[in-house]
Structure formats: structure tokens, C-alpha cells
Design a protein around this ligand. Structure first.
Ligand code: ZN
Length: 264
């Protein structure tokens, strides 16, 4: 006996074997594994719905514990993402992050909306890539309850400073002066009594304000700020990435490729 159902969903992974094993991100059912039967014989809507980054209405049937793709209606395929290698690697990295933080059966509407918005911006080059990446990372961290304390220096309470840095493991912000007191050694590494090594990431004032904005603004307004200097955007993105890697344990091959291409 098979039972039919349908859901809106975004393909966040498509593994081609004898069949195509799809990982979907859906608003109500969270992360789902769906099989598109017969990789070589797929055609029409089944073919269209089995591609990475395709978003639409999936018609499925459930047989035993598994969901199979019956047909579907494509709404968006983010074609612009696949025409640019930087964007393609970033989109795949965003999907790796989504896979890491979503669970089967747990609704994740906000994560899905964030991912769809970010793919749209990448596909249409609406904003610089580093800005889209940084905002995506900081918002995912905020959704997971992992926002660092970025509003003032944890040591002295200062709100503005030229030399703010974030402690990645602790999620604490320190101004240049307080950081110096904590025995900063060399390139952002600190040695103190209870923890042998802490990694710091330095932030320009612009990047810090962007992080404050990204973690506290409603999704619909997530890009309504300006960060015109390239260094600021780089700081925002680099800090987001370090936090994601450390706190969400995401090790993404796509991110490494993106960085290699950028020469970082
Ligand atoms: Zn301070």
C-alpha cells in the first residue's frame, strides 16, 4: 500500500546513483529524503524536480518508510546560481549548512525562507557574494540560539572601538584595550590561564554593526543595511564562517572550493 502526499520543498542535495537520492528542505516536515526512481529514465517533471537548488511542489508517495517522487511542479530553479562557479559553490555551502542544522520531522520554515532568499540574491547578483554569505551565516547562527554577545565589550562595556575582536569559542566581544590586557599573542591567538588557546577574529566597526543588524532584524529586511567597504564585507563573512565551522561543525567541500577560487 502506498500513501500519497505533497509538499513544497527545495532540493538541498541530489545524489545520483542507480536512482537519484534527494534531500529536500520542507517547511513542515523539515529535512526529507526522497527517491526519484531510475536516474537514467527520469524525464519531464521528475527530471526537473531532481536537480540541485530546484524549488517547487513535490508530489510524493510513501511506501514503507521511504518517500518516492511521483511528479511535481517547478516554481524556481535558481538558474543564475549554476551559471557562475563562485555562486554555485556558495549555494552548495549554504545547503551543507542547512543539512547540518535541520532535522527530519522538525518544521523549518524560517530556515527555508532564508535559504530561498539567499539563493535568489546569489542567482541575481543582487548583493556582493561575501555580504550574502555573511548574512546567511549570522542568521543561521542566530536561529540556532548561537548569537555571540556583540553589543558591547565584555570587558569594559565600550560600544565603539577601532579594534574589536570576537572570541570564537566563547562568543564574546572585546575591545582592543581589554584584549591587550588578556595577553594577545601574534595573529589573533591568545594564551591565558584556563584555556590554552583562543582564536580571535578581528572586526571592523562596519562588520560589527552588520553582525548586530543580521542577528536582530526580521527576515524580510535582512539586507536593508549598507556595508560598502570590501574589508568590512570580508570581516563579516570570515567571522561568520569561523563561527559556523566551530559551533555547527560544518565541514564543507564547496566552501573550500569557493575559498580556493577566491585565493584565500
Ligand atoms: Zn573593553
Amino acid at each position: 500500500m502506498s500513501e500519497q502526499c505533497h509538499t513544497m520543498g527545495l532540493v538541498i542535495r541530489a545524489k545520483r546513483e542507480k536512482d537519484v537520492i534527494l534531500t529536500l528542505l520542507t517547511p513542515e516536515m523539515g529535512k526529507m529524503t526522497v527517491i526519484a526512481k531510475g536516474a537514467r529514465s527520469l524525464k519531464g517533471p521528475q527530471m526537473a524536480m531532481s536537480q540541485p537548488f530546484c524549488y517547487g511542489d513535490f508530489e510524493l508517495y510513501k511506501k514503507g518508510d521511504l518517500y518516492w517522487l511521483r511528479t511535481g511542479e517547478l516554481k524556481e530553479n535558481f538558474y543564475g546560481v549554476t551559471s557562475r562557479l563562485d555562486a554555485l559553490n556558495l549555494a552548495a555551502y549554504f545547503c551543507d549548512v542547512a543539512i547540518a542544522v535541520s532535522e527530519p520531522g522538525e518544521p523549518c520554515e524560517e530556515l527555508l525562507r532564508l535559504l530561498l532568499n539567499s539563493l535568489y540574491f546569489l542567482a541575481n547578483k543582487t548583493y556582493p557574494d561575501e555580504l550574502i554569505k555573511g548574512v546567511f551565516e549570522w542568521r543561521v547562527l542566530a536561529m540556532q540560539g548561537l548569537s555571540p554577545a556583540v553589543h558591547r565589550c565584555c570587558g569594559c562595556g565600550k560600544v565603539q572601538d577601532g579594534g574589536f575582536a570576537l572570541d570564537i569559542a566563547q562568543g564574546e566581544l572585546f575591545c582592543g584595550e581589554c584584549r591587550a590586557k588578556r595577553e594577545v599573542l601574534g595573529d589573533g591567538l591568545r594564551i591565558d590561564d584556563d584555556a590554552p588557546r583562543h582564536e580571535w577574529v578581528l572586526l571592523s566597526q562596519g562588520a560589527l554593526e552588520a553582525i548586530r543588524f543580521a542577528i536582530s532584524t526580521p527576515l524580510g529586511k535582512m539586507m536593508s543595511f549598507r556595508l560598502d567597504d570590501e574589508t568590512g564585507r570580508y570581516d563579516l563573512s570570515r567571522a561568520g564562517e569561523k563561527f559556523v565551522r566551530y559551533h555547527l561543525d560544518v565541514d564543507s567541500a564547496a566552501l573550500k572550493m569557493y575559498e580556493q577560487m577566491r585565493g584565500k
